[in-house]
Design a protein around this ligand. Structure first.
Ligand code: HEC
Length: 110
């Protein structure tokens, strides 16, 4: 049990070190207004972006941009983003430390 706690602590330390490695993309400050600083939303109506899979975030943003995922707010936000900007934003938010986690089928560790 003690070992598990230590391993979890080490995982957190290395995750936060890698979060600092990804520079904040210029457009991310716009996102912070709704999704919270670093993508850690404090309001339920705005999804937490921090720590979500980068490829999922990239997919979601591309679908908003192309109108395949329909949302009046995010459609407008994504419309002006280039493919490269979407990629950079997805990498950035995916690398941030967030409150989301996947419960284990063997019982949650949180
Ligand atoms: C005016 C508020 C607002 C701003 C600014 C905003 N968003 Fe959003 N965002 C939302 C809302 C509301 C949703 C939920 C929409 C839905 O249900 O599809 C959302 C959803 C998303 C999702 C889907 C999350 C998921 O879990 O499926 C992504 C990704 C996202 N936003 C990225 C961004 C990025 C990147 C920016 C900055 C370029 C941004 N948003 C700016 C309000 C905002």
């Amino acid at each position: 049990m003690k070992h598990q706690v230590l391993i979890a602590a080490l995982a957190l330390v290395s995750a936060s070190a890698s979060a600092a490695d990804v520079a904040v993309p210029e457009k991310a400050t716009t996102c912070f207004a709704c999704h919270g600083q670093g993508g850690v939303s404090t309001q339920p109506m705005y999804p937490v972006l921090a720590g979500q899979y980068a490829n999922y975030l990239e997919h979601a943003l591309t679908e908003y941009k192309e109108g395949k995922r329909k949302n009046a707010i995010m459609g407008g936000q994504a419309a002006g983003l280039s493919k490269d900007e979407i990629h950079a934003l997805a990498q950035y938010f995916g690398a941030q430390q967030g409150p989301l986690y996947t419960p284990s089928v063997h019982g949650s560790t949180k």
